[in-house]
Design a protein around this ligand. Structure first.
Ligand code: 5AD
Ligand code: SF4
Length: 444
């Protein structure tokens, strides 16, 4: 006999995800939990949804400011009885205040509390933002929207307390997820056909510093080598490591482990040792460049990306030129650059002396991005004639256009024009030309 539940029509979930890869992963958890436990299916039409979730980011001020106008837009278009829930980092940062500022919100669920989603949807006007809540041992349902790529959280929270950053306040203290849980999960994913795994955490290479249960001593290097033993897994990526924890052992494992992709995000934040000190980053320009030199000695062709903030409190023209100098020296493949945005609960937000004006910060950002553009064009020229193995992640076949594209081991996007190749296949491609950040090539 069939259970009645099997005949009940599914409810529809619309979810908007802002911010970083961590939030993308959290949204996957939210979707999976709601599907498994509450019979929701996804819709990309908010006006048809029974539940609208906004998974927010609060790392800079702008998206936070936009949140309330967005709630208004969703409220106008939604079905009469549909609920609106605010999740993620802004939910953690503002908590109750969200309900006070908008009567159209049904519940608030902080980034540290997402495992409570299937209960909070039944509690009108609930606010769950406990920063000490620990879901590092919670077995989330699985939602894989790609059959060959998956994300895996290896830790939650962050202990670093950089002077500009709100994350410790929105995601709480850092706790690593036990290694046997991670290995089991990775094995499960690999058995379902996942070839590429992206490990996530605020400081991935600080893995093992703290668990919420008794745990044998392990570190990120060990985790990488254990994950690489899983048959079926072909590629392992991770983001973000912290420059401070880049010891020789880690860089050597990164270089020699054939399954670990040769691209790495190394957030610089500033090239000036003086500014790094006031940011409380824990390293100097000299340390950063020393790590880069060692990495490039081990792997001359490694792909490196970074984050740089301009206009931090106290940043002089000279300090800014140090960031330009490091950019020129390292020749990053990808640059994420930001104007400093004062955030509540952070030490730097109260500093008055040495504030940089919006105009100066904007002008610095432009110079930084112009330099990066020039470097990127030069880097791309060096790629011509190289052969990259890419994993096909996007393809199209139509009368107008046919192509397939994917990422190299070094994380460069490579496009094959005129050929339709199945998603999830590996192909060797010889690079023939380049345009901006994209490389073009032919299978070989
Ligand atoms: N202002 C500007 N950028 C910031 N980031 C973090 N906090 C701030 C802030 N207050 C940037 C950092 C970080 C990236 C995710 O966002 O560069 O690495
Ligand atoms: Fe990610 Fe930080 Fe934004 Fe939260 S505040 S979504 S952790 S970037």
């Amino acid at each position: 006999m069939q259970h009645l539940k099997d005949f009940s029509p599914s409810k529809k979930l619309y979810i908007e995800t802002l911010g970083c890869a961590m939030n993308v992963r959290d949204s996957e958890h939210l979707i999976a939990e709601l599907r498994e436990k509450e019979n929701y299916t996804l819709t990309d039409d908010a006006s048809q949804a029974d539940l609208i979730l906004i998974n927010t980011c609060s790392v800079r001020e702008k998206p936070e400011k936009k949140l309330f106008s967005e709630i208004g837009v969703f409220h106008k278009m939604k079905k009469k009885d549909a609920k609106i829930g605010i999740c993620g980092c802004t939910a953690s940062a503002l908590g109750e205040e969200i309900l006070k500022r908008s009567k159209n919100v049904d519940f608030v669920l902080g980034a540290r509390n997402i495992s409570k989603i299937s209960t909070i949807i039944h509690k009108p006007k609930a606010v769950e933002v406990d920063l000490n809540y620990d879901d590092s041992l919670y077995m989330f349902s699985q939602n894989i929207n790609s059959s060959y790529k998956a994300l895996l959280n290896i830790s939650i929270g962050c202990d670093k307390h950089c002077a500009y950053c709100i994350v410790p306040h929105t995601r709480g203290k850092e706790i690593s997820i036990p290694m046997d849980l991670l290995l089991k999960e990775a094995e499960k994913l690999a058995s379902k056909g996942v070839k590429e795994l992206l490990l996530l955490g605020q400081n991935v290479n600080n893995y093992g510093a703290r668990f919420s249960i008794e745990h044998p001593k392990v570190d990120f290097t060990k985790l990488l080598s254990e994950l690489a033993k899983i048959e079926g897994l072909k590629r392992i990526r991770f983001t973000s490591p912290h420059p401070l924890h880049m010891d020789d052992e880690f860089l050597e494992e990164f270089a020699k482990n054939p399954k670990v992709c040769k691209s790495i995000h190394i957030p610089l934040q500033s090239g000036s040792t003086k500014i790094l000190k006031s940011m409380k980053r824990g390293y100097s320009q000299e340390w950063y460049l020393n790590r880069i030199d060692y990495l490039k000695k081990l792997l001359p062709d490694v792909g490196i990306s970074t984050d740089i903030i301009v206009g931090f409190v106290g940043e002089s023209e000279e300090d800014f030129l140090e960031s330009m100098k490091v950019l020129e020296y390292v020749r990053f493949d990808t640059l994420y650059s930001f104007i400093y945005s004062p955030r509540p609960f952070t030490p730097a937000s109260t500093w008055e002396e040495g504030k940089v004006s919006k105009e100066v910060a904007k002008e610095r950002l432009q110079r930084l991005q112009d330099l990066h553009k020039k470097i990127l064009t030069e880097n791309s020229q060096l790629e011509l004639g190289k052969i990259h193995k890419i994993l096909i992640e996007n393809n199209k076949q139509s009368e107008v256009e046919t192509f397939s594209e994917g990422r190299s081991d070094t994380n460069r996007l490579v496009k094959i024009e005129g050929k339709f190749i199945n998603l999830g296949e590996f192909v060797n491609v010889k690079v023939t030309h380049a345009k901006n950040a994209t490389l073009y090539g032919t299978p070989c």
